[in-house]
Design a protein around this ligand. Structure first.
Ligand SMILES: [Zn+2]
Length: 445
């Protein structure tokens, strides 16, 4: 039996939130060294060997391993990021970096994304090591910097330069484990794949001139406005993937709405008609390549007609879609303005997916049923990117999981992720910590 680790995980999470490793996308931000040092000291206390990697000053990632006795047994990696996204303090009811425990909930940036999981993984591995656990397979704890800006100073770097330290057959990380009642029992989400990224810059060219005589001029900003309007109005062909089919089965919608959400010709209108905006956003993003024009730079002076305007568009690909599909969709969206637009890729990652059928999924289902009898796992696609793609690229079966209490709904989760008043209930921390311990024992013990 696992002793009650609730107090330990709550305290570690509070400490990690207070360390405020805020990643704003610049190389100097994050300073995950604070959380890495905290975890280092904590894990060493259980007698674990700990290795730290710091490719960029202050951007430390950490690996702790319990070596297996049987080289033929699989390796399981528990990966959590230690950075968090910035906050808008005005929108918060409490101090976003206070780590306060109020009415059974821990408040603060990272409480859901994903210091809750990173801390609970550490507590699980610490507990296993302290209790003298000698597994057949190896367990790797991997706490990474820089997930929130693409993993350049974290998982991407470590998997590229020190893969032997983290090589695994199975990897578990963030985004999953939400529980929803359904007719036949409960459904628990398992994130099996993620959309791809094609961050794209559209440079719109015009001809400079004097702002006092605009008649008949070739103004790059006026053309850019039209380009943005066309992209915003563009409707790419919808695609229904297997993961969406399974996930739609778990949505709290009527049978009629569900049927429409699974029909490529009706899904867009079904999203428009859905009363719940968050479900609509998710349904749309899981069935379409999405285009969001999010940054614009251009112009030099109020009295100068601009000749260059850059528009940065966040484009996300569904599994099965390629950069060629992005090119074709952009051409269709921009139409006859294409000759005025130069297209450059700023950052790209292909969509990745792991099979739903695997030994790890079987083990997760066995373990989840100890808490939620009759529960079934349902695969889902995440619309954002995670560090799991680096492991999927190397062939590891990689899922996003966790185990939440029934008090945390899809809507709560989606709203708190990068949102205001981020917080997690202590019950979910307890369930998740025990789940990691049980999964390790079951899979490689
Ligand atoms: Zn995250």
């Amino acid at each position: 039996m696992t002793p009650d680790l609730t107090g330990e995980v709550t305290e570690l999470l509070q400490h990690m939130i207070r360390n405020a490793c805020v990643n704003d996308g610049t190389p100097e931000s994050g300073e995950e060294l604070r959380n890495a040092d905290l975890l280092h000291t904590y894990l060493e206390g259980a007698g674990l060997e700990v290795e730290q990697y710091e490719p960029t000053p202050g951007r430390a990632s950490l690996v702790a391993r319990i070596e297996g006795s049987d080289p033929a047994a699989p390796t399981l990696c528990l990966m959590g990021h230690t950075d968090v996204v910035p906050v808008t303090p005005d929108g918060w009811t409490r101090d976003p970096f206070g780590g306060e425990l109020v009415d059974g909930e821990v408040w603060g940036r990272g409480a859901i994304d994903m210091l809750n999981l990173t801390s609970s993984m550490a507590v699980a591995v610490h507990h296993l090591a302290r209790s003298g656990f000698r597994p057949r397979g190896t367990v790797v704890y991997f706490a990474v910097a820089d997930e929130e800006a693409g993993g350049v100073h974290g998982a991407e770097w470590v998997t590229a330069h020190h893969y032997d330290a983290v090589r695994a057959d199975f990897v578990l990380s963030e985004s999953g484990g939400l529980v929803r009642p359904s007719g036949s029992g409960r459904l628990v989400t398992l994130t099996t794949g993620e959309k791809g990224i094609a961050w794209t810059r559209l440079r719109v060219r015009g001809t400079p001139g004097h702002g006092s005589t605009p008649f008949g001029t070739d103004n790059a900003l006026v053309k850019a406005a039209q380009v943005v309007g066309r992209i915003a109005a563009y409707r790419p062909q919808a695609r229904i993937t297997d993961a969406w089919r399974s996930f739609a089965a778990a949505l709290d919608v009527s049978d009629e709405e569900r049927a429409a959400l699974l029909d490529p010709d009706r899904v867009y209108d079904a999203c428009v008609a859905l009363p719940d905006q968050r479900t609509a956003k998710l349904a749309h993003a899981c069935t379409h390549m999405t285009f969001s024009p999010n940054v614009v730079h251009g112009g030099v002076k109020t009295n100068v007609i601009p000749d260059v305007v850059d528009i940065d568009v966040d484009i996300r690909l569904l599994p099965g879609e390629t950069p060629d599909d992005v090119t074709a969709n952009l051409a269709a969206a921009i139409g006859d303005l294409a000759s005025a637009v130069e297209v450059t890729t700023l950052q790209a990652a292909l969509p990745t997916a792991s099979p739903f059928d695997s030994r790890l999924r079987e083990v997760l289902e066995i373990v989840v049923r100890r808490t939620y009898p009759n529960a079934s796992l349902v695969p889902r696609l995440t619309t954002g990117g995670t560090d799991l793609r680096f492991f999927r690229d190397k062939g590891a079966v990689s899922y996003g999981f966790g185990l939440f209490s029934e008090g945390v709904t899809f809507e709560d989760f989606a709203g708190r992720f990068h949102g205001n008043d981020e917080r997690v209930d202590v019950e979910s921390l307890r369930l998740t910590t025990d789940m990691w311990v049980d999964v390790v024992r079951e899979l490689i013990g």
